[in-house]
Design a protein around this ligand. Structure first.
Ligand code: GLC
Ligand code: CA
Length: 548
């Protein structure tokens, strides 16, 4: 196998790069069983290449009982047969590299599957050498050790009769958490990291990494986060772990919800940080509390600007709107009915040109929407089922709840207007979105003003002009609940991004300093040269300017 890419010689390659997230189960089915697979990804290489992205992040395809769609790994060095073989993976890495696209895997090391051999051993007896790989507590008053709860509902503790104690699971009970207080856990994981690095992997997305440390007092908590999120002492664990990535010249992006920016500065510090980037969730956390389509743009500006300013000169942002855990952005931020392609493109311009590395989740580049299943049984995800039941018990309606489920983003990629959106000629594991009839790659490739072609232009611009790489971010305050305006500037030359993120017309007035501006990209046909701009719903403008 040839490894064509040297990360050692270009250690910050990921800064001037665009990432594309692939959800293998839903990307493309090459062997007609309704499940996406590795050969399917390989066969779509020309499409991925045509986007102009520089690296892919693949959600897990490792051996797994699939309680949580592969985020429950039973063997980190084996491939789930439904996706293919190890040889397929090696071929895929090689193909990506030949196309000059780097490859980032998903490393799920907060927990394993309960079918991992470490756990199968661990639960046999307290003397088993693997027992201490997991987190165990004795019963208290004949019941669970404390009031800690699982993010997937219910107590975080599960009783194991053979050892007469409870193990801890932050997610499903089939996902026992590893005990990172035990140095042997780190040693075992380090071997896995080295093994994949030797096989050409260029980096990792680190699943649930802010949960690695648990509160060692194991007492009841009032705020559940105090038990398991960003617990004091985590820095030391992460610093130790980061040596494995540095030794192998691997890029890392940590999933780190609930880590405030002041602290994130330490996590991604360009010299002493543990990771290259983190995914923060401040800007997407509104949706749980929000009615769809009613995101408060003023709050969005504040959240994103806090991260832009907070990591300026002191780290690097990972920019994203979508992933496999969130509904489709055009449906919850945008308007997937009346203004689908306008809102998809305005949202795209808004986040994509900030300072940082943009990530695109498969189908986002088409403006794929939530699915209009009206029955919870059409959804597959375990946590979606649980969330739905809980919300309905609390009095929520089915309609307002279904649109919040993460399976909305996991329906098959929409390739063409054929059955199942061209994803498979077999009934897919989760039904395809009926709107694949008109929202699909084949269609959008042909239409010059499609969401897909807008993304391609953004990608091209972002990679071509160093101002969009290095230029200072500055919010232009508009004091409204509709628009998001900012500039990226370096040495008096800059870009001005103007977006109306609402269903209503908006007016923004910009300073005379931008008088000599040139239109670079827009999703409308209206020309705007004066300093007071009347913006149609979801209008987006990108200008380049030179300051006098
Ligand atoms: C991360 C993953 C999510 C998974 C969870 C547990 O949040 O993105 O899909 O359910 O970790 O592994
Ligand atoms: Ca398949």
């Amino acid at each position: 196998m040839s490894i064509l890419i040297s990360n050692q010689q270009n250690p910050t390659w990921w800064q001037n790069a665009i990432g594309y997230q692939i959800y293998p189960k839903s990307f493309f089915d090459s062997n007609h069983d309704g499940i996406g697979d590795i050969q399917g990804i390989i066969s779509k290489m020309p499409y991925i290449k045509s986007l102009g992205v520089n690296f892919v992040w693949l959600s897990p395809f490792f051996a797994s009982p699939n309680i949580d769609n592969g985020y429950d790994v039973s063997d980190y060095q084996a491939i789930d047969p439904q996706y293919g073989t190890l040889d397929d993976i090696f071929e895929m890495i090689d193909q990506f590299h030949q196309n000059n696209i780097r490859v980032v895997f998903d490393l799920v090391i907060n927990h394993t599957s309960d079918q991992h051999h470490w756990f199968k051993e661990a639960k046999k007896s307290v003397d088993n050498p693997y027992h201490d790989f997991y987190i165990w507590r004795k019963p208290v008053n004949g019941s669970v050790p404390n009031n800690w709860v699982s993010l997937f509902g219910g107590s975080a503790w599960e009783y194991n009769p053979a050892t007469k104690d409870y193990y801890y699971h932050l997610f499903a009970k089939q996902q026992p958490d590893l005990n990172w207080e035990n140095p042997k856990v780190h040693q075992a994981v380090a071997k896995i990291i080295d093994w994949w690095a030797e096989r050409g992997v260029d980096g990792f997305r680190l699943d649930a990494i802010s949960h690695l440390k648990k509160n060692q007092r194991f007492k009841d908590v009032t705020n559940q986060e105090d038990a398991m999120n960003n617990v004091s002492g985590i820095d030391q664990l992460l610093a130790n772990l980061s040596t494995d990535f540095k030794r192998n010249h691997l890029m890392t992006v940590g999933e780190a919800g609930g880590v405030p920016v002041e602290q994130a500065k330490r996590w991604v510090d360009s010299k002493k940080g543990y990771f290259d980037m983190i995914f923060q969730f401040d800007h997407v956390s509104f949706w749980e509390k929000f009615t769809v389509g009613k995101v408060d743009v003023a709050k969005l500006r504040v959240a994103l600007t806090r991260w832009q300013n907070g990591l300026d000169n002191n780290g690097w942002n990972a920019l994203f709107l979508e992933n496999h855990d969130l509904p489709r952005a055009v449906s919850y931020f945008g308007n997937d009915q009346k203004f689908r392609s306008q809102s998809a493109t305005a949202l795209a311009m808004m986040y994509f040109l900030m300072k940082g590395t943009p990530f695109i989740y498969q189908g986002q580049e088409l403006g794929m929407t939530n699915v209009d299943f009206n029955d919870i049984n059409q959804f597959r995800d375990l946590d979606s089922q649980r969330f739905y039941r809980e919300e309905l018990t609390k009095g929520a309606s089915p309609e307002e709840t279904l649109v919040k489920l993460r399976d909305n983003a996991r329906t098959p990629m929409q390739w063409n207007d054929q059955p199942n959106g061209g994803f498979s000629d077999h009934q897919p594991w989760i039904s395809s979105n009926p709107n694949a009839r008109y929202i699909n790659v084949a269609n959008e490739v042909k239409q010059p003003d499609s969401v897909l072609n807008f993304y391609r232009q953004l990608i091209h611009l972002r990679l071509k002009d160093p101002i969009l790489l290095n230029g200072q971010y500055q919010l232009i305050e508009t004091h409204d609940h509709q628009s998001f305006v900012y500039q990226r500037e370096e040495n008096h030359v800059g870009y001005l991004v103007i977006t109306n993120l609402s269903d209503q017309p908006a007016t923004v007035t910009i300073s005379d300093r931008y008088q000599n501006r040139q239109l670079v990209l827009t999703n409308t046909t209206e020309k705007q040269q004066s300093s007071t701009m009347a913006l149609k719903p979801w209008a987006a403008y990108l200008y380049k300017y030179e300051r006098n």
